[in-house]
Ligand binder design. Sequence first.
Ligand SMILES: Nc1ncnc2c1ncn2[C@@H]1O[C@H](COP(=O)(O)OP(=O)(O)O)[C@@H](O)[C@H]1O
Ligand SMILES: [Mg+2]
Length: 360
Amino acid sequence: MSGKVERPEDPRLAAIVESSHDAIIGKGLDGVVFAWNSAAVRLFGYTAAEIIGQPITIIFPPDRVEEEQVILNRIGRGERVDYYKTVRCHKDGHIISVSVTISPIRDISGMIVGASTIVLDLTDRNIRNQRIQELKAELVHLQRLTELGQLVSTLVHEVNQPLTAISNYVNACRRLITTGNHDRVSIALDRIADQTQRIRDFVQKRDVQMRVEDLSQVIHEAIELTRTSVSDTGLILTVQLDSTQFAVKIDKVQVQQVLFNLLRNGIEAMQGQPRRVLIVSANSALGEMVEISVADTGPGLAAEVRAKLFQPFVTTKANGMGVGLSVCRAIVESQSGRLWAEDNPGGGTVFRFTVSRAVG
Ligand SMILES: Nc1ncnc2c1ncn2[C@@H]1O[C@H](COP(=O)(O)OP(=O)(O)O)[C@@H](O)[C@H]1O
Ligand SMILES: [Mg+2]
């Protein structure tokens, strides 16, 4: 067992190893590295030239070095190590949380001559999952707030009621002042304060935060969020950007809520259909705007909702609230854009809205 192993001879195999998103490392039974793909370069910071011929323990934190002997013993016995969670060290010294899978490499005679290691970067995954969770929480929160805001402008009587009460108490105060009944004036003023608070509680909305954002990222995050809340394996969701660099000036969370609502409506509309394709695209539009569209292959808009699509409480769904689109329109218009719907020429519906391009 010399531990000497050749690099993969087959150029197709070498290409697969090289293009893998996960780090792939080959080492001999003496722990010396002989293969190091580009993902390994990205993950650990060492170039192939720097590490090939060196012991693999270079990437082990000092307190983990003994792990290598345990791994090599198992490999020597022909065993695999599957999804072993541990930590490794980047060239610049920072610790990376990883999951490693190590399998023996055998020569033609079947003798074990080394090991191949696939390293998954858990830090990357953990951060992504955490970001999605945060984004989800923020969206749910915001959705509640904006739906509430929408309800206020719609349920006029909800606001009218305290306003009418206030006006009655004001009139009562006028009368009571002339009769000099100050105790009762004081009670009426307290009631006015209560009613005012009632209205304030209703209309409190989150401040809009307009910032320069990368539209591609905004869209991809909204899609990721949609994917995590929908388990439809047959759904095809694609993004088409006519420029990968769209800097836009928006309230990101609100625009993501618009996208999320439109995507969800599209998915709901296509339920039960054999072909379910959603295409999100972004194109330059007049007046320093960017037009974003969400196109589905659903049945199109029902005749009864067409004319009042963006009015609140208009729904064709058994458990629909019918406020999604009205909230979307309110958000888009508050950011100086427009939102409208068109028939998709190939069948289905396209919702389009505009946002401001970041200038200067
Ligand atoms: N992509 C779509 N395809 C067909 N109809 C749609 C689509 N999006 C919305 N609609 C129609 O508009 C109605 C209102 O949508 P919305 O305001 O989001 O409320 P909800 O989804 O709760 O019904 C839906 O009930 C549906 O009839
Ligand atoms: Mg909806």
